[in-house]
Design a protein around this ligand. Structure first.
Ligand SMILES: C[S@@+](CC[C@H](N)C(=O)[O-])C[C@H]1O[C@@H](n2cnc3c(N)ncnc32)[C@H](O)[C@@H]1O
Length: 235
């Protein structure tokens, strides 16, 4: 007899195998139509009934969003990530192509004064910058490879010094649309990010964290001993 957990695993495998880019394949009009259509059902269909979706998102947000952060959520959908960060974030901006999805986000974040929602294509963002964290879950897979590069390059310019990308995706073993660790690394590094960390969680999910700038403490390594830069080096 199948349990609810078994069914959530099966549904997760189906979605990660066949969904992804196949649904909208880099076509913004198709993507907008699809998400407008399923906006009301999105949370129930995916976040609630794919094994580990909410848990992985919550783990990521709890771990990487710090108190006082300004947060930009790209492809915010129904506001899943923003809802999880609202108790800590100083300011949050969610961007999405689909009004149907944004309507759900607005209902969820109705009482959150520091949350702003913008209907926009992430390839033409009407934003200037100043974000500590740029988060995104399950959106890059929808873009073409060319657009992924352009969008990530632009996003890097919207980060504060020492700001980070915090992205949630699926592991690449399910279908070729999901980026491999190497692809994530080169995508972030080509945008000038300094350090990329990748962690797989809850069977299906991949968390990618890339830091904009790492202040170099170690200036030289000799005989196994680290030399640490300090003010006295200049005297
Ligand atoms: C799979 S859903 C993920 C939603 C949300 N991040 C979550 O995890 O619950 C992908 C979202 O990306 C949005 N999207 C797709 N292409 C986009 C684009 N070019 N610019 C902005 N948003 C886009 C869709 O409208 C949809 O809400």
């Amino acid at each position: 007899m199948l349990t609810l957990s078994d069914l959530k695993h099966i549904w997760g495998r189906v979605v990660f195998r066949y969904a992804g880019r196949n649904i909208s394949a880099g076509n913004a009009t198709r993507s907008r139509r699809f998400y407008n259509l399923i906006g009301k059902l999105y949370d129930w269909l995916y976040a609630d009934h794919i094994y580990g979706y909410r848990q992985a998102a919550l783990y990521m947000m709890d771990r990487y969003i710090e108190s006082g952060d300004s947060v930009l959520d790209i492809g915010c959908g129904t506001g899943l990530l923003m809802e999880m960060a609202q108790d800590r974030a100083r300011m949050m901006v969610g961007v999405d192509l689909s009004l149907g999805m944004l309507k759900q986000a607005r209902n969820k974040l109705n009482h959150c004064e520091q949350a702003y929602l913008i209907a926009s294509d992430c390839r033409m963002l009407p934003l200037r910058g100043g974000f500590d964290k740029i988060v995104s879950s399950f959106m890059f897979v929808i873009l073409s490879q060319d657009d992924q590069k352009k969008v990530v390059n632009n996003l890097a310019s919207l980060l504060n010094e020492n700001g980070s990308f915090v992205f949630l995706s699926a592991r690449d073993e399910f279908s070729p649309e999901w980026l491999t660790n190497d692809q994530w690394r080169s995508l972030c590094l080509q945008a000038g990010m300094a350090k990329v960390e990748i962690q797989d969680v809850y069977d299906y999910y991949r968390i990618v964290v890339a830091q904009k700038c790492v202040i170099p403490h170690v200036v030289e390594e000799k005989s196994g001993k680290n030399l640490v830069a300090s003010d006295s080096d200049h005297t």
